[in-house]
Design a binder for this molecule. Structure first.
Ligand code: HEC
Length: 439
């Protein structure tokens, strides 16, 4: 070991050196402490991660488009981003990343903290980032078909969440293929999420406006086999699905759109009359986007029943996929007792393909996660999913207080365990194909 010198000159040298380093360090920190500004750093973060929802008609309660709008909420923003409550994103990026991912980096979160702490300085307006509105060119032409809710729905002003079914007849006598689908809520303040399905029996028409999961509905009573259990989904910020040419989804003849709608609680009554915009493909597309849905029937540890005051996990296993397929997107679905969700596939060669992992399920955000590139599942692959449900009083979202037993059902006091994937038949090169355009 090298001994420390006791020579006085060396000691002085050492102090000078230490002092120089300390001063340099101090100076550097003083430099770093010049706070971030709105135009310098903050606006770019907000434009990339927030304004798709936080703009007029974007679904969030207030816009974040101007310096003033952001600055007056600076500490609120610092708080919700630090808690990772905003932007809403729930899939674990260490398991798989997605095309439509909005996750702030630790640095971005720190910038928002420092900016709020410094009193939200504006900075130099010349550094202004390009506005969202400008970036979002009017890309889509007029839709070929707009299907409107049959009548306006009065959302009661009783401070309770509303889960409703609406039936929107398309009145199309021919089978068609669609390249684009866009759900347009008319009451963006209260519309929280929507799931669109298709029925060709017309037997569900009396259900228009009824409470989802109600035992009196034809939906629950008749056990109708829907033509599509999942055709499209919407949450705030979603601009619709628009496939590249050659891809499309089927719209069967005489289909009714079955809209499963969730409205946020409201203290005053309000109306909604949402619509669905549809763009047709010029001809039958070469590649048809189809749903691959695993539901409670595929649970291996039946029965799907969650006793009160228990935390239970269920496991699901798909049949082997019959041909090579390419996945476009994946969407887990549970209700308020859901806590965790994980899905992966096992190929016949024993490879594991990680699909999605959510450790903090949030029922309010029924997101569809878009793969960055198509994900090939070779023929014979099996998809596995695991979900944990917390039916104790410790679950702050538990809809029953005290907890009550829950089983399968569309109402929110019951539970669901679905894994909804969308796929096309595999083609060479799909592994590098990115299907989703920038919104
Ligand atoms: C996908 C749409 C979406 C994105 C992206 C998004 N928000 Fe939100 N935000 C919402 C909605 C909707 C609400 C209303 C609360 C709710 O429904 O959970 C909200 C609420 C908020 C609130 C109020 C929270 C409260 O407790 O009332 C703040 C603050 C906020 N957002 C900031 C942000 C910031 C900052 C970003 C970007 C870093 C962002 N949001 C990104 C949709 C979004």
């Amino acid at each position: 070991m090298r001994k420390r010198s006791t020579d006085p000159v060396a000691i002085v040298h050492r102090y000078v050196l230490v002092a120089t380093i300390a001063v340099a360090f101090f100076m550097k920190n003083v430099g770093a402490q010049a706070p971030p500004t709105y135009y310098g750093q903050v606006q770019a973060i907000v434009n990339k991660n927030c304004v798709q929802c936080h703009r007029p008609n974007g679904g969030a309660p207030f816009p974040l488009l101007s310096y003033k709008q952001v600055a007056e909420r600076a500490s609120f923003i610092a708080h919700v981003t630090k808690e990772r409550f905003m932007p809403p994103w729930f899939a674990d990026p260490a398991y798989r990343t997605f095309h439509n991912q909005t996750v702030l980096t630790d640095t971005e979160i720190a910038v928002l903290q420092q900016w709020a702490a410094a009193g939200a300085p504006a900075g130099n307006a010349n550094e202004k980032a390009a506005s969202f509105e400008k970036n979002m060119a009017a890309k889509y032409p007029k839709p070929d078909l707009t299907v409107l809710m049959q009548r306006p729905f009065e959302i009661p002003g009783n401070n309770t969440e509303q889960f409703r079914i609406f039936i929107l007849p398309t009145d199309q006598m021919e089978e068609r293929y669609v390249q684009g689908i866009r759900f347009r809520p008319s009451n963006l303040l209260l519309a929280h999420h929507a799931r669109l399905m298709l029925d060709t029996t017309q037997l569900l028409r009396p259900d228009d406006g009824s409470v989802a999961g109600d035992t009196a509905t034809a939906f629950t009573r008749l056990g109708v086999r829907l033509a599509s259990l999942y055709w499209n989904g919407w949450v705030p910020g979603n601009m619709g699905e628009h496939y590249p040419s050659g891809f499309g989804k089927k719209l069967p003849a005489k289909a009714d759109i079955v809209l499963n709608m969730h409205y946020s609680p409201s203290p005053v009554s309000a109306t909604d009359r949402s619509s669905v915009e549809i763009w047709y493909t010029p001809q039958k597309p070469e590649r048809i986007v189809k749903p691959f849905i695993l539901d409670e029937n595929w649970v291996v540890n039946q029965p799907f029943f969650i006793p009160a005051d228990t935390v239970v996990s269920f496991f699901m296993r798909s049949p082997p996929v019959p041909t090579d397929i390419s996945l476009l997107s994946i969407m887990p679905h549970m209700h308020l007792l859901g806590k965790r969700f994980k899905a992966y596939a096992l190929t016949p060669d024993g490879d594991i393909i990680l699909l999605i992992k959510i450790d903090r399920w949030n029922f309010k955000w029924q997101l569809s996660y878009q793969f960055e590139h198509l994900v090939k599942l070779p023929k014979g692959s099996v998809v596995y999913a695991e979900a944990e449900f917390d039916n104790t009083a410790a679950n702050p979202f538990n809809p029953s207080n005290p907890p009550r037993e829950a089983t399968y059902g569309w109402g929110t006091t019951n539970e669901m365990f679905n894994l909804i994937m969308e796929y096309v038949d595999y083609k060479t090169g799909d592994e590098t194909l990115s299907l989703f355009q920038e919104n």
